[in-house]
Design a protein around this ligand. Structure first.
Ligand SMILES: Nc1ncnc2c1ncn2[C@@H]1O[C@H](COP(=O)(O)OP(=O)(O)OP(=O)(O)O)[C@@H](O)[C@H]1O
Length: 620
């Protein structure tokens, strides 16, 4: 998968992919700008030619070529012309905004798409440690900051620069000495503001981080509200969220007034410069040939330059905050993803059932560097007594981190196998690994003879269905929770409901399959939720089914009826059942006993029962 990282460079590259729109938008923007930028030129005409009797040749040109009238007529005519220019300019700037907004929204949408695509493939280990609120805040707040940067860059940077260039040319034309003075002192203002902007990015980053912490805390509190109330801990958890909101307030206040102060300070420096320019202009009228009308035109151009100069000054802040937002967004792109596998052959195709072979499987939840892995070769030399050449790591204490240790299993196609063992022995971990939720530390799993290294995870999960002990339900209709958006015939749904012993449950719901099940299926009992998960499995018709304590919430009577109904459906499938209750595994043909991550015993139920001390016999 091609890795994307947010950076100013990558954003600019994306912007350049909208070349046509950018060119069109900028032509319109330039036209809109030119229309208003020429307006101050009318001042010297009106003042000098109409009031002071000084001839620039413009009124005489109008009189000769367009229209001859009196002073009132010229003033009204020029007024009408100026209003028309402003109207046209406004229309063009609306058009320009429409083009630029759609570019910036497309870019930020693209970024959200990339973030979602990355999250879609994030490894389960990363997901387990993920703070959902933190991730959503990055997808909302930080991407919004990037949006601000993109729209400012495309809509203001070029236009503002052009206005400054155009105004500078006009100023140079009016009075080059004065213009040079203005243009040379202006960079000092910009330099001053660059220094100020440095800290603003840092403050924005802190503010966004505070948003993230508040959002995470609130998310978790609301997610676990039920549990919190059961533990009578509302005060504690809501206080935590309030504390985060307080921190957010402090950071926002800090950012809010400091960034505003920095901008105002920059503006103040600019205004001070403006006042100096004004004074120098008056002196220029007194001591050079600059006319009063042209002096007024210079004043107007100084004002015309205010907003673009401010935009360029602000751009540094926007750039600093965008860099900070990118850094935070990149923490999502840095999340580890599930490995991508090139599939050579799909062993599940054209087979009704499939066998699974687990060879020398080691697994730990801890992230390991290559160097901390066991040195299999040297261990193999010592480990003559092990069934696998790679025995357990030596007595260096490191092996205690392994949840699964050298697991070897053969589950033949269509067989019914049970995995039993004390709580914490690693059964669920093994089930999760069989469906590819966690990558193997070492060892291999063969599905129908094909190694997991050559199989796509999606292929494995399409064909091997793991039914969890605590299935999650969506706050949607019963039907959606069964089908998860796939389309099945009414008969298939009815059959699945029947097998999962849900007929009566649906009949009792006020709107049947259209009933909303509430947050996490709150309207259903634990056992009913487990049966919904089983119905989901029936509908997806996998080749291998793994029941991980999937019927633990059912009474023995319902469980027996359920397995009876499932009997035909499961007949040809490979079935792995993990359970603590004997009733759940009584039909198993072969049993593996796990203890502390190792297979300590295995055999047929009969063979295991005959042993005096076995975990299986202790279940009875
Ligand atoms: N996501 C996880 N991250 C880190 N450690 C985990 C994770 N899930 C389980 N463990 C640890 O792995 C060990 C085995 O857990 P696992 O859930 O596989 O056992 P189990 O045999 O299924 O237990 P039970 O019968 O209670 O469900 C436990 O010590 C547990 O603390």
């Amino acid at each position: 998968m091609k890795q994307y990282f947010c950076s100013i460079k990558s954003i600019v590259q994306q912007l350049l992919s909208y070349k046509r729109e950018l060119i069109l938008g900028n032509i319109i923007a330039i036209a809109a700008t030119l229309l208003v930028v020429v307006i101050p030129l009318f001042i010297p005409i009106i003042v000098d030619e109409l009031l002071l009797g000084k001839d620039h040749g413009f009124i005489s040109w109008i009189s000769a070529n367009i229209w001859t009238t009196d002073t009132k007529g010229y003033v009204l005519g020029i007024l009408a012309f100026i209003l028309l220019l402003r109207l046209l300019s406004t229309f063009l700037s609306v058009l320009q905004t429409k083009i630029f907004v759609s570019i910036s929204k497309n870019i930020t949408f693209g970024m959200r798409q990339k973030l979602l695509a990355h999250l879609k493939h994030v490894s389960l280990k990363e997901y387990e440690m993920m703070r959902v609120g933190a991730v959503t805040s990055k997808l909302v707040t930080d991407v919004e900051t990037i949006d601000g940067f993109v729209s400012t860059t495309i809509s203001k940077l070029i236009v503002s620069s052009l206005i400054l260039v155009f105004s500078s040319i006009v100023l140079l034309w009016i009075h080059w000495q004065l213009a040079l003075f203005i243009l040379l002192t202006n960079p000092i203002v910009v330099l001053f503001t660059v220094k100020l902007s440095r800290n603003i990015g840092k403050l924005k980053k802190e503010e966004n981080r505070a948003v993230e912490l508040f959002q995470s805390s609130l998310n978790e509190t609301l997610e676990l509200f039920h549990q919190i109330r059961a533990a009578n801990k509302e005060n504690y958890f809501f206080k935590e969220s309030e504390n985060k909101a307080r921190e957010l307030k402090e950071h926002s206040t800090n950012y809010g007034y400091k960034s505003d102060a920095a901008m105002k300070l920059s503006y103040l420096v600019f205004l001070a410069g403006y006042e100096v320019f004004r004074a120098v202009s008056i002196l220029a009228v007194a001591y050079s040939d600059l006319s009063v009308g042209l002096m007024l035109a210079i004043f107007s151009y100084l004002w015309v330059m205010v907003s673009p100069t401010q935009d360029i000054i602000n751009f540094q802040y926007v750039l600093a905050t965008a860099k900070a937002a990118c850094k935070r967004i990149n923490t999502i792109f840095e999340m580890e993803q599930e490995p991508e596998v090139e599939e050579v052959e799909n062993p599940f195709i054209h087979r009704k059932a499939i066998d699974i072979e687990v060879e020398g499987l080691w697994f730990s939840y801890e992230k390991r560097s290559r160097h901390s892995r066991p040195d299999w070769e040297s261990l193999a030399l010592e480990g003559k007594k092990s069934q696998d050449p790679r025995v357990e790591p030596g007595d260096d204490g490191k092996e205690s981190n392994y949840i699964l240790r050298n697991i070897n299993m053969h589950i033949s196609a269509g067989s019914k196998v049970a995995i039993v063992g004390a709580s914490g022995s690693g059964k669920t971990t093994l089930a999760n690994i069989l469906v590819g939720f966690y990558p193997l530390e070492s060892g291999e799993i063969f599905y129908g003879g094909i190694s997991n290294r050559n199989l796509k995870l999606s292929t494995i999960r399409e064909n091997i269905y793991l039914i969890l002990q605590h299935p999650k339900l969506f706050n949607d209709t019963m039907l959606f929770n069964l089908t998860l958006g796939n389309s099945y015939s009414e008969e298939a749904v009815a059959e699945a409901l029947h097998i999962a012993q849900l007929d009566d449950v649906i009949a009792r719901l006020d709107k049947g399959l259209d009933t909303l099940v509430g947050k996490d299926g709150i309207k259903l009992s634990g056992g009913q939720r487990q049966r919904v998960a089983i119905a989901r499995m029936v509908l997806s018709d996998p080749k291998v089914v793994i029941f991980d304590e999937s019927t633990s919430a059912l009474d023995v009577h319902t469980e027996a009826k359920l397995f009876e109904a499932l009997h035909d459906f499961l007949r040809k499938k490979t079935v792995i059942t993990i359970a603590h209750r004997l009733s759940t595994i009584k039909s198993a043909e072969f049993i593996y006993v796990l203890e502390d991550g190792r297979v300590v015993d295995s055999g047929t139920p009969k063979a295991l029962l005959e042993k005096d001390e076995s975990y299986f016999s202790s279940m009875i």
